[in-house]
Design a binder for this molecule. Structure first.
Ligand code: BJW
Length: 225
């Protein structure tokens, strides 16, 4: 049976109350990307960046998976082949919605990372400037999040899955951030059927065989069933 590879973005969590990045009133409306989502921004003002991620961690902690997350979990359970979810999201709503195979390419809000020794641990609810790494004691703890200019996680594994994809679906992502925006081309090269599910056509919509438009909580369960 065909392998299904699903790429998700902020749009799938929007109806769980988590803001998207680039929609009107989205996260970047209140912050400049270079201030809160780059290693240079963190070096300049770690308190601002910790504050941004502490607020997001608290918001995500109170969010519940929606019908789109649970539909994908159902697909993973019922599809006779493999279903791999690659998410750009740093929330854990796929997992709390019942999904089992989820690759977090941009990290997670629940993780802390030592910028010195790369040790990883569970982030406290509030991270603060100068917090020591439990392994090397350096005061270089940061959120375990992939910022602009950094290499997204698990790329070899993701490209291997894309090379074997029979079906590729992109859900709730604007297609503006690479390398995720180019996954559709990897899937096409592998001979996969491609479908985009989004509120509005993304910048890469013309690359897909099919586009299904609407809120994720409506179109994803319909696509799965
Ligand atoms: C709904 C909905 C509803 C709303 N239902 N839908 C060319 C090639 C390669 C790289 C580059 C390149 N050009 C530039 C780069 C570098 C850069 C980049 O892409 N810049 C662009 C701005 C041009 N990329 C990087 O630096 C990345 N690293 C890298 O490239 O390393 C080198 C490399 C090269 C080649 C191969 C491998 C590696 C790192 C990117 C890190 C991104 N980090 C962020 C922030 C951290 C996480 C966090 O704080 O949460 O990740 S940026 C932000 O954007 C976040 C997201 O994961 C990411 C994607 O956003 P997403 O999910 O698409 O959200 P939105 O808001 O943009 O879109 C939401 C969509 O949902 C919209 O379409 C809505 O319509 C829709 N929607 N409500 C359904 N109810």
């Amino acid at each position: 049976m065909e392998k299904i590879v699903i790429l998700t973005g902020a749009g799938i969590s929007a109806e769980s109350g988590l803001g998207t990045f680039r929609d009107e009133g989205g996260l970047w409306a209140q912050h400049r990307i270079e201030d809160v989502a780059t290693p240079e921004g963190f070096a300049r003002n770690p308190a601002l960046v910790h504050g941004f991620y502490n607020a997001r961690r608290m918001q995500a902690g109170g969010a519940h998976p929606n019908a789109a997350h649970t539909a994908l979990a159902r697909l993973q359970r019922d599809w006779p082949g493999e279903v791999v979810i690659v998410t750009q999201n740093v929330d854990n709503l796929h997992e709390t919605g019942g999904a089992t195979r989820v690759i977090h390419m941009h990290g997670t809000l629940s993780g802390a990372l030592c910028a010195s020794c790369e040790h990883r641990w569970t982030a406290p609810a509030e991270m603060s400037v100068g917090e020591p790494c439990p392994a090397c004691r350096a005061a270089t703890a940061r959120p375990d999040i992939v910022w602009f200019g950094e290499m997204p996680y698990h790329m070899d594994q993701i490209y291997d899955h894309l090379a074997q994809a029979g079906i590729f679906a992109a859900i709730g992502t604007s297609g503006q951030v690479y390398p995720a925006a180019a996954f559709v081309h990897e899937a096409i090269a592998a001979g996969a059927q491609t479908v985009e599910l989004n509120l509005e056509p993304s910048v890469g919509a013309s690359s897909f065989d099919q586009t299904l438009l609407g809120p994720a909580t409506q179109i994803v369960p319909r696509w799965v069933d």
